[in-house]
Design a protein around this ligand. Structure first.
Ligand SMILES: Nc1ncnc2c1ncn2[C@@H]1O[C@H](COP(=O)(O)OP(=O)(O)OP(=O)(O)O)[C@@H](O)[C@H]1O
Ligand SMILES: [Mg+2]
Length: 245
């Protein structure tokens, strides 16, 4: 049975319609069916956590939501536009301007300072922006996450938690409507993980940005407004008894 995770919507930011994903192609004998007819609606301003066992398809789903990967079938509407089947150039522009990604490892460039790293998304040709305004926004956000004293340091001179906070700033710098975070606290100690969790929850409110977080941590998940759990190839509202993390 397919389970539709639907809500009575106000402004819909993200809508998945019967999204399925198989790796290796449907006719391959090594085909891995990961997602099965996922229906999901996320309103603008929501914060949503996705939990589930390792290998259940959380990262796959997040990548599809942000246009980093395409589904085998189904539609993904971001701000009312179906990103499935978009030309790569148009899709890259959507990814760059409407979506911010935070990954388990921060992927900051080691040779650039914290500020330069945070400004990288603003340099993409598809998102021409006022340089000085971007710098001011990055500096404001870096102050907001407690990194004012570190803006001219390189990632190698920062702690893991500081790098992740910088990665959150980088994800927000272009004012995306959607931030997708894939186990952002996975590489952090408990205190840093709690700090980053709090930060994501606060930024969701303050910056009016929709946040979807994949996590193994129920502590992080429960700081979000809604928790969804993978059950087999399907996604269900988390009941507290599902096979999470
Ligand atoms: N490129 C690929 N080719 C073939 N199979 C893949 C590929 N990427 C992922 N898979 C498989 O798809 C399934 C889901 O992977 P995914 O990375 O989405 O899981 P996950 O829920 O994020 O797991 P984890 O919690 O360990 O990060 C796994 O069985 C994985 O082996
Ligand atoms: Mg994963």
């Amino acid at each position: 049975m397919c389970w539709a995770v639907m809500r009575e919507g106000l402004e819909m930011l993200l809508k998945l319609e019967r999204v399925a994903k198989a790796y290796g192609g449907p006719s391959s004998d090594r085909s891995v069916r990961v997602l099965e007819a996922i229906d999901l609606e996320i309103e603008a301003g929501e914060s949503v956590a996705i939990v589930g066992p390792s290998g259940s398809g959380k990262s796959t789903l997040l990548h599809i939501m942000g246009g980093l990967d395409g589904p085998s079938s189904g539609a993904v509407f971001l701000n009312d536009r179906n990103i499935v089947g978009m030309q790569e150039k148009e899709l890259a522009a959507v990814r760059n301007t409407e979506v911010g990604f935070v990954f388990q490892m921060h992927h900051l460039l080691p040779q650039c300072t914290v500020l330069e790293n945070c400004l990288l998304p603003t340099l993409a040709a598809s998102a021409p922006s006022d340089g000085e305004e971007s710098v001011q926004r990055a500096l404001r956000l870096l102050a907001r996450v407690g990194l004012t004293e570190r803006v001219h340091h390189r990632p190698g001179q920062l702690s893991g938690g500081e790098c992740q906070r910088a990665a959150v700033v980088r994800a927000l710098v272009n004012r995306p409507s959607l931030v997708l975070a894939d186990e952002p606290t996975g590489s952090l100690d408990r205190a840093s993980a709690e700090q980053l969790t709090e930060l994501l929850a606060e930024l969701n409110r303050e910056e009016d940005v929709t946040v979807v977080v994949v996590t193994h941590s129920m502590e992080l998940a429960q700081r979000m407004g809604r928790v969804l759990c993978f059950d087999g190839n399907e996604l269900r509202p988390y009941s507290g008894t599902s096979a999470a993390a």
